[in-house]
Design a binder for this molecule. Structure first.
Ligand SMILES: Cc1ncc(COP(=O)(O)O)c(C=O)c1O
Length: 366
C-alpha cells in the first residue's frame, strides 16, 4: 500500500500566508474568516458556519446559543476529552456523564435515559476518534426527551453514517493533528440562522449583535479566528478530500501491518459508517492493556491513553466522584490503542510504529 504524498508543494499556503501578512495589521480582521465560512458551508452543505478560535470555543458558542446556562444539566459521554465539558463549566451548567457501549463505542441510551431529569436541556454526542454513533438513535432519544443536540465533531471531519455527515449540527476543531488543521481554530455548523447569529455575537463581545439587540449589550467572549489561521484553514479545506483519504490510508496501512499481531484486533466501523480513519483503533486483548499502551508510548508510538493519558471524564478530579462510574467508557479506554497520527506521518513512520507495537505485543509480560 502506498501512502500518497501531499499534493503540490507548500507553495500555495505560503503564498496565501504571505498575502495575509502583507495586509496586516488590520483591526477589522480582514475577509478571510468569512471566506472560510462560505467555503465550509458549501463543503458541508449547511446553511451557516461560524469560524472561531478553537473547538472548545465552538462548543461554548453553540451551547450558549442553545440557551444552556446556570442550573441546566447536559448529558455528555464519559468517553471524551475534558475540552467537551469545559464550556459547560463556563456557562454554569452541570455535565451529567453517560456511559458508552463497549461493543459499539456509541452512547448507552439506557444509561442516558436513567440520567434524564426535569433540568436536562441538551445532549452532546462526541464522535471520538472520528467514530460516529447511530444518528437515528440519537435523533429519537433527543426528540423523546426534548433535548437540544450539540455534536462534538472535533475529530470527525469526513465521517458519515447512514448518509449523514458527522456534525451536520456541530462543532469542529482545527487544532494540529485534526484532519482539517490550522494550528488552532474551530468552527460550528448549523441549519438555524438564530444559532449562527448568536454565535457570531458571542465570539466577538456581542458585536455585531443579533437582529433586534444592541451591540455590546451582553458580556461574551473574544474567540475570533485570526486571519493567518483562517488562511491555513482555507488552503487545507481546498485539499480536504486528499487529507481525508490520506488519513484513511495511513490508518489502513498501520492496521494491515498489525493484522497478525497476537493480542491486538482492529476495531471496524459500524455498518453504514464511512469512517474518516482519524486514529488506527486496536482492541488490546493483553493483560494490563492500559500499561501496554503506556509502554508503547514510551517506545515512541503516541496514543490517546499512552501519551495523552485519556481517562473517562467522570473520573477526573474536578467532577464530584460518581456513585456509579461509567464502566463501559473505562473498559473502552483501557482496552483501546488509538494511535495518534498527523499528516506528516509517512509510510516509514507508520512501519516503525507497526514494528514497535508488534514486537512489544509479542513480548508483553507485564
Ligand atoms: C473530541 C474533542 N473535543 C473537543 C476538542 C477541543 O478542540 P480545541 O483543542 O480546538 O479547543 C478536541 C480537540 O482537542 C477534541 O478532540
Amino acid at each position: 500500500m502506498t501512502i500518497p504524498q501531499t499534493p503540490g508543494s507548500a507553495q500555495p499556503l505560503e503564498d496565501q500566508l504571505g498575502a495575509v501578512l502583507r495586509q496586516m495589521p488590520d483591526p477589522s480582521g480582514g475577509p478571510l474568516a468569512a471566506e472560510l465560512e462560505r467555503e465550509l458551508a458549501e463543503a458541508f452543505g449547511v446553511a451557516h458556519v461560524v469560524a472561531v478560535a478553537s473547538g472548545t470555543a465552538a462548543l461554548h458558542a453553540a451551547l450558549a446559543a442553545c440557551g444552556i446556562g446556570p442550573g441546566d444539566e447536559v448529558l455528555v459521554p464519559a468517553l471524551t476529552v475534558v475540552m467537551t465539558v469545559a464550556p459547560l463549566g463556563a456557562l454554569g451548567a452541570t455535565p451529567v456523564f453517560v456511559d458508552s457501549d463497549p461493543a459499539t463505542l456509541d452512547l448507552d441510551y439506557d444509561d442516558a435515559a436513567r440520567k434524564v431529569t426535569s433540568r436536562t436541556r441538551a445532549i452532546i454526542p462526541v464522535h471520538l476518534w472520528g467514530r460516529m454513533g447511530d444518528p437515528a438513535a440519537l435523533a429519537s432519544f433527543a426528540s423523546e426527551h426534548g433535548l437540544a443536540v450539540v455534536e462534538d465533531a472535533a475529530q470527525a471531519v469526513g465521517t458519515t453514517r447512514d448518509g449523514q455527515r458527522a456534525g451536520t449540527v456541530g462543532c469542529f476543531s482545527m487544532k494540529d493533528g485534526k484532519i482539517l488543521w490550522s494550528g488552532e481554530g474551530g468552527f460550528l455548523l448549523t441549519a438555524r440562522r438564530e444559532v449562527a447569529e448568536y454565535a457570531r455575537a458571542f465570539r466577538s463581545h456581542w458585536l455585531p449583535a443579533p437582529p433586534g439587540e444592541a451591540p455590546l449589550s451582553r458580556l461574551a467572549t473574544n474567540s475570533r479566528l485570526a486571519a493567518p489561521l483562517a488562511a491555513i484553514a482555507l488552503a487545507n479545506l481546498r485539499r480536504i478530500s486528499h487529507l481525508v483519504q490520506l488519513r484513511q490510508e495511513q490508518t489502513r496501512h498501520l492496521l494491515h501491518a498489525l493484522e497478525q499481531t497476537p493480542g491486538l484486533v482492529a476495531l471496524s466501523p459500524a455498518a453504514g459508517e464511512e469512517w474518516n480513519g482519524f486514529a488506527p483503533l486496536l482492541h488490546i486483548d493483553l493483560p494490563n492493556p492500559r500499561a501496554f499502551a503506556e509502554h508503547v508510548a514510551q517506545q515512541g508510538v503516541p496514543s490517546s491513553t499512552g501519551r495523552f493519558r485519556l481517562v473517562p471524564c467522570d473520573t477526573r478530579p474536578m467532577f464530584t466522584s460518581p456513585d456509579r462510574p461509567c464502566r463501559g467508557a473505562a473498559q473502552i479506554l483501557d482496552h483501546t490503542l488509538a494511535v495518534v497520527l498527523t499528516e506528516r506521518d509517512t509510510e516509514t513512520t507508520l512501519d516503525r510504529y507497526a514494528a514497535v507495537i508488534a514486537r512489544e505485543a509479542t513480548a508483553w509480560a507485564p
